[in-house]
Design a protein around this ligand. Structure first.
Ligand code: FUB
Length: 335
C-alpha cells in the first residue's frame, strides 16, 4: 500500500469511528431523512368523520363516504400495520343491509366486545317525526361484513334538541356510555350489555345532556392519567372554520368546561379541520389525531379528506395545539 493509500485508509477508519461514536453513520442519517411518512391525506378519496381504533396489532379507520346525502349509502374501512400503508376494505356495510337507512349514512363509531365488532352509525339526517337516527351493526371481523343488529334505529327521537347522529361509544372500565348529538346539543346514554338498548343511569334518567360551550357535533372521549378528555367539533363542517375543542373532567359525566381549540385550519395547509378521533398507540406515550379537512381552495363542502397528525400534551396535561401537515406521521408499528 502506498503512503497516500495508507493515509486515506487511516482517515476513513477514523471518520468511521467518529461517526459511530456520534451514534449515526451518514448512511443511517440519509435513510432517516428519507423515512416514509403517511402523507396527508392518508388515503385517496373523499372521506370524513374518521373513527380510528386499534384492534390487536392493526390500526383501523372507519370514515363517512363524503358525497351528496343520497349517495351516502355505504361505508368503506381502511387498515394499516404502520400508519403509513393503508388497505381499503370496500363496502363493509351498506343500506341494502339496513332496511330503515335510505341516505346520509354518517360518522361511524366502532368498538369490540365479547369477540364481536360493533359499528354504530347515523342515517337519514333525521328530523322530528321521521325514521332514522343512530343504528348499530355487528360483525365477526373488523372488516365486516356488518349486519344490522336491531332492524330499527337504536335512537330515533330528538331528545334535548340533539339530532341523533355523531355517536361515540366509550368503554369506561366495562360500562359502555355513548355520547352523541348534532344541532349543538350533546347527550350521553348508557348502553346495555349486548348493545341492543339503553339502560337508565342510577338516578333513573336515560338521556343526560352534557353539552359544553360552543359544542356543535362530533363528540369524542379518551382517558389519560385518570382524567377524562372530552372533545368535540365547533363551526360548520362545510366551511373553513370547522375545528375541534376540548375539556378535561374528573368523571365521564363532566362537567365539561371548555379549555380551548386544539385543531383548526392552517391557510397554508388545509381548512375546516375537524370531526376527529384519537389513537393512543398501545404501550407508548404516543397519541395521534385523526381528522378530516378540506384541501386548499376547495369549493365543495363534501370535499373532505382524512388526515393524521401527532397530538401532544404540555406538562399540565393540556393538549398542545396540533400542527396540521402535508407529511402526516412516520411509520409506527404496534408492539
Ligand atoms: O359527514 C356528515 C356530517 O358532517 C357529520 O355527521 C358531522 O359531524 C359533519 O362532520
Amino acid at each position: 500500500m502506498t503512503n497516500v493509500k495508507l493515509k486515506n485508509a487511516a482517515w476513513c477508519m477514523m471518520a468511521a469511528l467518529l461517526l459511530t461514536a456520534c451514534g449515526q453513520t451518514k448512511q443511517q442519517k440519509d435513510s432517516e431523512a428519507a423515512a416514509p411518512t403517511s402523507g396527508n391525506p392518508v388515503f385517496e378519496g373523499w372521506y370524513a368523520d374518521p373513527e380510528a381504533i386499534v384492534y390487536g396489532d392493526t390500526y383501523w379507520i372507519y370514515p363517512t363516504y363524503s358525497h351528496p346525502y343520497d349517495e351516502q349509502v355505504h361505508f368503506d374501512a381502511f387498515s394499516s400495520k404502520d400508519l403509513v400503508t393503508w388497505t381499503k376494505h370496500e363496502n363493509i356495510l351498506d343500506s341494502a343491509a339496513v332496511k330503515w337507512a335510505k341516505r346520509a349514512m354518517w360518522a361511524p363509531s366502532v368498538i369490540s366486545k365479547d369477540g364481536k365488532y360493533y359499528f354504530f352509525f347515523g342515517a337519514n339526517d333525521v328530523h322530528e317525526g321521521e325514521i332514522g337516527g343512530i343504528g348499530v351493526a355487528v360483525a365477526d371481523k373488523p372488516e365486516g361484513p356488518y349486519r344490522d343488529l336491531l332492524g330499527k334505529p337504536l335512537i330515533n327521537d330528538i331528545i334535548n334538541g340533539a339530532q341523533p347522529i355523531d355517536q361515540f361509544v366509550y368503554n369506561d372500565n366495562g360500562t359502555y356510555y355513548m355520547y352523541y348529538g348534532g344541532w349543538g346539543h350533546c347527550n350521553m346514554v348508557k348502553l346495555n350489555d349486548d348493545f341492543t338498548g339503553l339502560v337508565p343511569f342510577e338516578d333513573g334518567e336515560i338521556y343526560k345532556e352534557v353539552t359544553p360551550e360552543n359544542y356543535v357535533e362530533g363528540p369524542f372521549m379518551f382517558k389519560k392519567d385518570g382524567k377524562y378528555y372530552f372533545m368535540w367539533s365547533e363551526g360548520g363542517w362545510t366551511g373553513p372554520d370547522y375545528c375541534v375543542a376540548y375539556a378535561i373532567a374528573d368523571s365521564p359525566f363532566g362537567p365539561f368546561k371548555r379549555i380551548g381549540k386544539i385543531l383548526q385550519q392552517d391557510p397554508q395547509v388545509g381548512t375546516g379541520a375537524g370531526h376527529h378521533s384519537v389513537i393512543h398507540v398501545p404501550n407508548t406515550e404516543d397519541y395521534y389525531i385523526v381528522y378530516h379537512r378540506h384541501p386548499l381552495n376547495d369549493k365543495d363542502g363534501n370535499h373532505r379528506v382524512t388526515c393524521i397528525d401527532r397530538m401532544t400534551f404540555d406538562e399540565n396535561g393540556h393538549i398542545n395545539p396540533v400542527k396540521i401537515t402535508f407529511e402526516g406521521v412516520p411509520a409506527q408499528t404496534i408492539r
